[in-house]
Design a protein around this ligand. Structure first.
Ligand SMILES: Nc1ncnc2c1ncn2[C@@H]1O[C@H](COP(=O)(O)OP(=O)(O)OP(=O)(O)O)[C@@H](O)[C@H]1O
Length: 674
């Protein structure tokens, strides 16, 4: 039965198991000498240098600089009074006396353009600022809170977008009255939905990234997650959007001025000037050409500038200028073990995580569907439990439940009990959960590339992980970050701290992810297919590293993997999961030496083994497909694919419960029939 989701998506449910192991409130991490140099800052003129070194950036910056200069100093450099009428010189074409000609009242068009720059660009910038300041926070809030708030915001956005910009802006100005300020409010309001949609879409995808989940797992607050990960990741797109909107805002504002609702004559403004030139467009085209040209050039300049800024702020798009680093592993010999965590005095017991009849469900259109169904397991200090099974069997869902990082609003613990350090997570407040994640749980995700924030240096990400649970001076945190990099065998750690993830190889990125997971000296380490994106030799190195650290620090570890070879080499215990249930569990030796469940046997037979008896034989595949979410057959879920069932009704009707068979727990009615 599904229950309402906890704000942090840990289900609240009625079942309570009395646990007596209180989790320590405080965890004193390794003390580090504050001898490191301070965090180096990137010089701000780096951006300027990059801008001027590219043709697009240089042109864009040049145009914007000229326009800003004109907006600021136009009145001082204008040769004539922009308001002065000369009825003897009306509608004169460009000449030495009037470079851009004169208008219907004999006013100097050039001087009016110089004076009008201030108002025109001011309206554009003001409109974008209004849209940005309201749209971005609303979009971020909608992505974070989801639910009814998201629905409300998005319906309002849909309604606003269903009107053409100019019509909506017209209605607003008609309501507020014609004035420059009201035009800014109107054109800004019209653009708010675009910012909301963009910010929400980017935030949603960024929040689903493993590196953000990692931050949530580290216990970072929503504001911090938004400020550190989501906003920097959308900086490029927001800058580009702002520049594009600047152009459209200028045009919409000009349209309003053209209709007489914007800046009022005799005030010079490019849109108003275009409006005034309407009647003379055929006979005296220069009247429209010059203000139009200034509008178009301004829009072009902001666009070019925005595009180049996007390239700069997205380092993954930028070409790596420096040579790649090659001599890594040779220098990495200076290995430095991570210090063992300080003992938690009031948590001496070995059992750190207990799952009892644990059920985890996804909230789908068809209701809450269980992906993990009544599993029992224990994570013990100093031991590694491997969770194996086919794709879709529920391994990652189980790991995320243990890490209290189930996707918000999508999954929840719907039944049973999960206790971490003796505390039932369903009774924990969001703050307690956050503290738990921050101090006691480290998570290593599958794909290191997406587990690291591409726009933050490795050092910044490590320092964030270190500081999230343990305030300390930045210099000390940097020193600790370098120590962690050295511990995961990355050479020249001080220099590497200032580099971005794309400057590291896949294996090194995964080492960094491991370093981040270990930043708080966690008691529990969760690794979800930590090596499946790596080649075989690197897989071995990473697993050796993980195993060494797990043993040195006596962490309880859960390893999710498809690779039975890795399990037999590195894990202590194994849980074989099928259709969301643990079908066989015990020590690796017991389970693999003499597998009892037909599914375990089939998995073993399907796993490639070098130098195994019968080498050269074809691998046997498991016939049929694993059950889909919500489509589990009655009785034993494996029965439709099982060679041992022989059509026996018991398998089709009664779900086998795990029972002791030869030192293991096996969920099969006929486990003894090996
Ligand atoms: N966000 C989600 N919404 C709905 N169903 C989901 C969601 N995530 C996973 N599932 C479903 O839950 C089931 C278990 O998925 P899970 O990712 O835990 O399996 P897995 O064993 O880890 O698979 P893999 O090895 O491919 O990662 C699958 O049927 C999957 O389709």
């Amino acid at each position: 039965m599904a229950r309402s989701a906890h704000p942090r998506n840990v289900g609240s449910h009625g079942i309570r198991t009395h646990m007596t192991l209180p989790m320590s409130e405080e965890f004193s991490g390794t003390r580090i000498a504050a001898s490191a140099r301070s965090t180096r800052r990137k010089p701000h003129f780096r951006v300027l240098r990059r801008l001027v070194s590219s043709p697009k950036g240089a042109i864009g910056l040049g145009i914007v600089a000229v326009m800003v200069f004109i907006a600021l100093f136009g009145p001082f450099i204008a040769p004539l009074d922009p308001y002065k009428q000369d009825f003897m010189a009306t509608l004169k074409g460009p000449s030495a006396a009037h470079w851009f000609g004169t208008d219907q009242l004999g006013r100097d068009v050039f001087s009016r353009i110089l004076h009008g720059a201030h108002t025109s660009l001011g309206i554009g910038i003001g409109g974008v600022a209004v849209a940005f300041l309201f749209g971005v926070p609303l979009g971020l809030a909608a992505a974070w809170f989801r639910g009814w708030f998201d629905q409300l915001v998005m319906r309002a956005v849909d309604i606003m977008l269903s009107f053409p910009d100019i019509v909506f802006a017209l209605a607003l100005v008609a309501l507020l009255g014609p004035s420059t300020m009201n035009v800014i409010i109107a054109v800004g309001t019209v653009s708010i939905p675009v910012f909301i949609r963009t910010a929400r879409a980017v935030a949603l995808s960024t929040l689903a990234e493993p590196f953000v989940e990692g931050s949530v797992a580290l216990g970072c607050s929503p504001l911090r997650v938004m400020a550190r990960h989501v906003l920097p990741n959308m900086a490029g797109i927001l800058v580009t959007l702002s520049s594009l909107l600047f152009a459209s805002t200028l045009l919409t504002a000009s349209g309003l001025s053209f209709l007489g609702l914007g800046t009022q004559p005799p005030e010079p403004e490019w849109g108003t000037m275009l409006g005034e030139s309407r009647s003379y467009i055929r006979s005296h085209p220069y009247m429209a050409t010059f203000p139009g040209l200034f509008l178009a050039i301004s829009a072009l300049g902001f666009n070019l500038l925005g595009e180049e800024l996007r390239n700069i702020y997205d380092p993954t798009a930028a070409k790596t200028r420096r040579a790649h680093w090659f001599g890594g592993l040779a220098k990495a010999a200076r290995r430095k073990p991570v210090a063992a965590p300080t003992a938690i005095p009031d948590m001496p017991q070995d059992v750190l995580v207990v799952g009892r009849d644990l059920e985890v469900s996804y909230l789908t259109a068809s209701g809450a569907l269980p992906a993990v169904r009544g599993v029992n397991f224990t994570l013990r200090r100093g031991r590694m439990l491997a969770v194996v099974g086919e794709s879709g069997s529920g391994k990652s869902t189980l790991l995320r439940a243990v890490g209290t990082i189930l996707p918000r609003g999508q999954a929840l613990i719907s039944d049973g009990t999960l206790a971490i350090g003796g505390e039932d997570v369903s009774t924990m407040t969001p703050e307690r959960l956050q503290q738990m994640r921050r101090k006691h749980i480290g998570v290593v995700f599958q794909d290191a590339s997406s587990a690291l924030n591409p726009v933050m240096t490795v050092g910044a990400q490590l320092i964030e992980a270190i500081l999230s649970g343990n305030p300390m001076p930045k210099a000390q945190a940097r020193s600790r970050a370098a120590e962690l990099l050295a511990a995961v065998q990355i050479a020249d750690p001080q220099e590497r701290l200032d580099q971005y993830p794309h400057q590291f190889s896949g294996g090194m990125k995964q080492r960094i992810v491991i370093a981040i997971a270990l930043a708080q000296n966690p008691d529990i380490l969760l690794a979800d297919e930590p090596t499946s994106a790596l080649d075989v030799t690197i897989q071995q190195q990473i697993l050796v590293l993980l195993r060494r650290m797990q043993q040195e620090s006596r962490m309880a570890m859960m390893l999710v993997t498809h690779d039975l070879g890795l399990v037999s080499r590195y894990a202590d215990d194994v849980a074989v999961i099928y259709g969301g249930r643990i079908v066989e569990t015990g020590t690796v030796e017991e389970v693999f030496r003499n597998p009892s469940h037909p599914y375990t046997r089939a998995l073993r037979a399907a796993a490639p083994r070098l130098h195994a008896p019968g080498e050269g034989k074809r691998l046997s595949a498991i016939t049929g497909d694993p059950p889909m979410l919500g489509q589990f057959p009655p009785g034993c879920s494996f029965a439709p694919r099982c060679g041992r069932t022989h059509g026996r009704p018991l398998c089709q009707t009664q779900t086998p419960e795990p029972r002791p068979v030869g030192g293991k727990l096996v969920a099969c009615h006929f486990a003894e029939e090996v």
